[in-house]
Design a protein around this ligand. Sequence first.
Ligand code: T3D
Length: 286
Amino acid sequence: MSTTPTPPSTAEDSPLLISTEGAVRVLTLNRPQALNAFTTGLLGQLRIALDEAAHDEAVRAVLITGAGRAFCAGQDLSDPHIKPEFDEHAGDVDPQRKPKAKDIGNLLDHYYIPLALRLRSMPVPTVCAVNGVAAGAGANFALGCDLVLAGQSASFIQAFSKIGLVPDCGGTWLLTRLVGRARAMQLALLGDKLPAADAQAWGLIARCVADAELQSEAMATAQKLAKMPTRALVQTRQALDASMDLEFEDALKLEAKLQSQLGYAHDYLEGAAAFLSKRAPVFKDR
Ligand code: T3D
């Protein structure tokens, strides 16, 4: 299985559209004919695009959304690249070798895990605008973002159980932390559709908004974050994630360690000075 992703393109027919609005990098999943389902090509392009945003000092927030009526239907179940190596290179292999079953773990190792880790370690805040159904890995990729907004007609489906799989792309970790074990089990076992309004009520996502306002609200949120002290926002993500596995005293110590680092940074000095002189701060740390 190849691990070298194709470079992203801004061509209209590219599976990933990339644009920039001010300091916000916008990534749009663009396979509407298949509800933006992930192919290995799209997964690779997404990872490269996130890498590029991470390394571009001018980018201070990332906004992710989908083209068409869906956000993402998860793994493209017809993607030829996920068929076994034996099938793809039938002429090259030992004819005595027996075909092995498709190793989905391999797909996760090479594509989903690097993508989920890249998303969760972004040096800038991430916003997801869930514009329609988010199923399987598509749901969990969305939930891996820092702030998730969804249109009222959007929904979340842990589709894995319906095809004999466990939640992946971080789903087991994310769901239990976001909604607790009982609701995580309900979502993961039954694989039923959870409407966006319920997702908000359950604490799975930050906000459910009117469909017509989703993109403008998400962009406004991303632009707001882009003007804020980026390093502090990212360390807040790290501290909140770490807190789930820490004793109270250890969480206090982690907070002190992070404040110690941030207290010497430009943004704290700027933030405090701006407050005292009653002017708007200009943050620049990343
Ligand atoms: O190899 C592995 O499996 C690795 C696993 C990785 C993790 C996963 O993500 S596993 C979960 C994979 N996703 C699913 O199981 C979801 C499958 N899709 C659905 O259940 C439904 O499509 C939705 C509930 C998401 C939406 O339903 P609906 O009625 O609004 O749309 P539809 O008619 O089902 O789909 C529209 C088209 O998109 C259709 O194509 P067509 O008939 O118009 O040519 C459908 O086949 C296509 N589509 C939808 N989901 C996928 C897909 N094509 C490929 N892969 C998909 N996941």
